[in-house]
Design a protein around this ligand. Structure first.
Ligand code: PMP
Length: 293
């Protein structure tokens, strides 16, 4: 059965969910989006995702013609119309149709769409065995150019890095910023556990998106009494880490066991990583508004 898609005020079958070829989301990647997860009949961290969507939009002067509450209702209703209790939700706001020039002032009505479907980022065995990563040559966008804090429709920076990983035959890439500090993976945040059992992740100022999963994992770790630090890291820190993992809405929490051909720690998923993965799954059972009451 095909999906029911929310598009510009209506719920339509997927084959009728069509956008204009003049939409600047398509022509220029001019727009913003969120990837959101539904777990156990709840939309996980919905408030945080909607807030980030509006902040991304604000940063590019894209006025969303709905309140945050109305947007949340669209997310819930799209899940209901697709009978979805566990899955992946994609919320997209584009600048809308304009002319062939790039001036956003020619776009008079943003396009808004919501898809509730499913996603599988990596094969199950990689969640058990851990990922291999490489550092790639493509640097993360400069904050002064296209700020990585904006979850925009323009993902070519990340895609270029992903292509490098694909060509090297590894599942994921680490992107550095212009100064050579670790920023993030192509669609996930990165964490390491150092010798003192401190959990470390790069700050947003290093070119990382402030991930909802990242923030959830940091919250969980603090509650568990783990020392958590947001600080810049280099490849040296990853090479010498005891443990490493990635976080993202689609990927969830996934161990990383090798980087640039070198085993991380003992070359297998670490104890703290497993502990945080378990705790993360627990949190998904109770967080967020109910889809069906
Ligand atoms: N970094 C980038 C570039 C992303 O696109 C994402 C989202 N897929 C993340 C990090 C992780 O963020 P979140 O946990 O909010 O999904």
């Amino acid at each position: 059965m095909g999906l029911v898609i929310y598009l510009d005020g209506q719920y339509v079958p997927e084959e009728k969910a069509l956008v204009s070829v003049f939409d600047h989301g398509l022509l220029y990647g001019d727009g913003v989006f969120e990837g959101i997860r539904a777990y156990h009949n709840r939309v996980f961290r919905m408030d945080e995702h909607i807030l980030r969507l509006y902040k991304s939009a604000r940063a590019i002067t894209l006025q969303i013609p709905l309140t945050e509450d109305e947007m949340k209702e669209i997310v819930l209703e799209t899940c209901r119309r697709n009978d979805l209790r566990d899955g992946y939700i994609r919320l997209v706001v584009t600048r809308g149709p304009g002319d062939l020039g790039l001036d956003p002032r020619k776009c008079h009505k943003p396009t808004l769409l919501c898809i509730a479907a499913s996603i599988q980022m990596y094969p199950e065995e990689l969640y058990q065995q851990g990922l291999e990563l490489i550092t790639v040559a493509t640097r993360r966008n400069l904050p002064e150019a296209c700020n990585p804090q904006v979850k925009s429709l323009n993902y070519l920076n990340n895609i270029c890095a992903k292509i490098e990983a694909n060509l090297a035959g590894v599942p994921e890439a680490i992107m550095l910023n212009q100064q050579g500090y670790v920023a993030e993976a192509t669609g996930d945040n990165i964490f390491i556990v150092d010798d003192d059992s401190t959990l470390i992740t790069p700050p947003a100022s290093a070119g990382a998106l402030e991930g909802v999963t990242r923030n959830t994992v940091m919250e969980i770790a603090v509650k568990k009494g783990i020392k958590v630090e947001e600080c810049t890291m280099t490849r040296y820190d990853i090479y010498n880490a005891r443990e490493c993992f990635l976080t993202g809405t689609a990927a969830e929490v996934i161990p990383a066991v090798k980087v640039d051909g070198r085993p991380i720690g003992e070359g297998k998923p670490g104890k703290m990583t497993w502990e945080l993965i378990d705790a993360f799954h627990e949190v998904t059972k109770t967080d967020g508004p109910l889809i069906f009451r």
